[in-house]
Design a protein around this ligand. Structure first.
Ligand SMILES: [Zn+2]
Length: 219
């Protein structure tokens, strides 16, 4: 297998790093409409690469093929995507509902956070819990996904902390937004999302609407 390539984009939101085909969706401060309107629960989003090719295969092997040893190289990619100029008090993995955790045998986000902790020294704090199960996201429409997760999380106190939220893949950002809102409600000062990969829909002409739905059309 070739080495996975980092995500590259000529135009991306300065805050959530969503890549765009051109600069039209971005305001003078470089932010997309969603960040401008405050509808993102998180303050920034970082990813190593696009969810395609080798990187997608690796994540599938890790998550569904249950090749847990891949947590080590994948957390290395997380470390590469981590901004050097930002400090964090804790990393918080996106939790799985206990039944899903039992089925899979591990929480892929937690192992990644632990791998990152070994490299960076940022402690892992399991602050988030899933209040209720959410059906598998795959196959759901984007607005259904959002509905699915909005009230699914609660957080214990993270008063004044700068949190690095960890997940394997960012799709629409709805899960991360729900987690970030719970963390902010629990006192987090700042929440940045760090994922190994993110779905890059630039070439398909998708755009993200204010309610976190993805629709086809001009960006
Ligand atoms: Zn944005």
């Amino acid at each position: 297998m070739e080495a996975p390539e980092p995500l590259s984009a000529e135009f991306f939101c300065a805050s959530c790093r969503t890549p765009f085909q051109n600069s039209f969706p971005l305001d003078a401060a470089g932010r997309c409409a969603l960040c401008r309107s405050g509808l993102r629960g998180f303050d920034a989003a970082y990813s190593f690469g696009a969810y395609e090719g080798v990187l997608r295969e690796l994540i599938h092997l890790y998550k569904y093929g249950k090749v847990k040893t891949l947590a080590r190289p994948l957390s290395g990619l997380l470390a590469q995507a981590l901004p050097r100029d930002e400090a964090f008090d804790a990393t918080v993995p996106v939790p799985l509902y206990w039944r899903r955790r039992l089925q899979r045998g591990f929480n892929q986000a937690e192992l990644l956070a632990r791998g990152l902790a070994r490299r960076t020294g940022i402690p892992v704090v399991k602050a988030l819990g899933r209040v209720r199960p959410t059906p598998t996201q795959a196959g759901l429409s984007n607005s259904a996904r959002r509905q699915n997760v909005t009230t699914a999380f609660r957080s214990r106190s993270v008063q004044g902390q700068r949190i690095l939220l960890i997940d394997d893949v960012m799709t629409t950002g709805a899960t991360a937004t729900a987690c970030a809102l719970a963390l902010k409600q629990a006192g987090a000062r700042r929440v940045a999302l760090l994922t190994v990969a993110r779905v890059d829909r630039r070439m398909e002409g998708w755009r993200l609407t204010a309610d976190h739905s993805m629709v086809k059309g001009k960006v």
